[in-house]
Design a protein around this ligand. Structure first.
Ligand SMILES: C[S@@+](CC[C@H](N)C(=O)[O-])C[C@H]1O[C@@H](n2cnc3c(N)ncnc32)[C@H](O)[C@@H]1O
Length: 295
């Protein structure tokens, strides 16, 4: 699997697309802080006195919006907000929302850094992290959406009993993230190594569809907002927060099995290194006809 950049067809003109599907895009999200449930979309700007939606959910890193659209279709009384840092993804997702005629789904372009300005305390019922970019290397670990620091940043935005659901094809990301959830004071409601089988009602995302076709199974964690973490919990999480995901890969280096997205290059390099080491060890080992150290 190559880059995580969304591909576009030759005749794709981004600005024109963003303009065409503008009804489903909010460029000034901060103005809705505390009032998202009052939005009368698709004509963003109509602020209704009585909440139009029973809750607000965030799909962080929503990609091209298949999950967002399916989730919004399934629950018309919930407002779904998708954020993505790639404008191309926003354009595709907004197109899907408009073409589906959905009033309860919106897109916000951005990298999720300003969530605290976008949402009032307790405004979100849930945050979904569907197949987040794994950022396996240590030097980019802080960008993982499931670091202790990021999870602590989501806490104030969540309503009582609010949840964060991670779904990923990467067992290393799952193994890394679970203790980070616990360190951030989330109570683990469920974990799964086959989310499709265990939670079939969760809509598919584009990445899920694509990666499952390539042989992936989906690993998931649902954490519910719990008490603020104690100092020891935070310390335990911080110790591993910037771990490389390469520390979490299995000893067999996925030989004959599915390699998680974003890990291909590194796994190939590890396999080559291991083979070279084995070859070198074989060449330097004394053969039966050669005298050994004693003889
Ligand atoms: C691997 S794709 C998954 C897309 C979609 N959730 C899915 O499951 O098909 C990851 C997406 O997250 C977006 N992304 C990564 N980091 C982000 C961040 N900090 N804020 C917003 N979007 C982010 C990327 O632009 C990309 O579209």
């Amino acid at each position: 699997m190559g880059s995580t950049r969304a591909r576009t067809p030759k005749n794709f003109v981004l600005d024109e697309r963003l303009e065409r599907y503008r009804d489903a895009i909010e460029y000034e999200p901060a103005r809705w802080s505390g009032r998202w449930a009052h939005i009368a979309a698709p004509s963003i700007g109509a602020d209704v006195a009585v909440p139009a939606y029973r809750e607000v959910r965030l799909d962080l890193g929503c990609g091209k919006g298949s999950y967002l659209v399916a989730a919004a279709q399934a629950e018309p009384d919930v407002l779904f907000i998708g954020i993505d840092m790639q404008p191309v993804c926003i354009a595709y997702a907004a197109q899907r929302v408009c073409e589906a005629g959905l009033a309860n789904a919106l897109l916000v372009p951005g990298n999720g850094e300003k969530l605290a300005h976008m949402f009032a305390p307790g405004e979100l019922a849930s945050i979904t992290l569907n197949f987040p970019t794994p950022h396996p290397r240590k030097r980019e670990a802080a960008e993982r959406l499931t670091t202790l620091d990021n999870l602590l940043g989501y806490r104030p935005l969540l309503a009582e009993r609010g949840t964060i659901v991670l779904r990923t094809d990467s067992e290393p990301l799952f193994d890394y993230s679970l203790p980070q959830f616990e360190a951030a004071g989330f109570t683990v409601r469920w974990t799964s190594h086959d989310v499709r089988a265990d939670h079939p009602a969760i809509p598919m995302s584009e990445y899920e569809e694509r990666l499952v076709e390539e042989g992936a199974t989906v690993h998931g964690i649902c954490g519910e907002l719990g008490c603020a973490p104690a100092a020891e919990q935070l310390e335990a999480g911080r110790k591993h927060m910037l771990d490389s995901l390469y520390d979490y890969i299995p000893d067999d280096l996925y030989e004959g099995a599915y390699i998680p997205h974003g890990m291909n290059f590194a796994i190939q390099a590890f396999r080559n290194r291991r083979r070279n080491q084995e070859l070198r060890a074989r060449h330097s080992a004394p053969t039966s006809s050669e005298p050994n150290a004693e003889g």
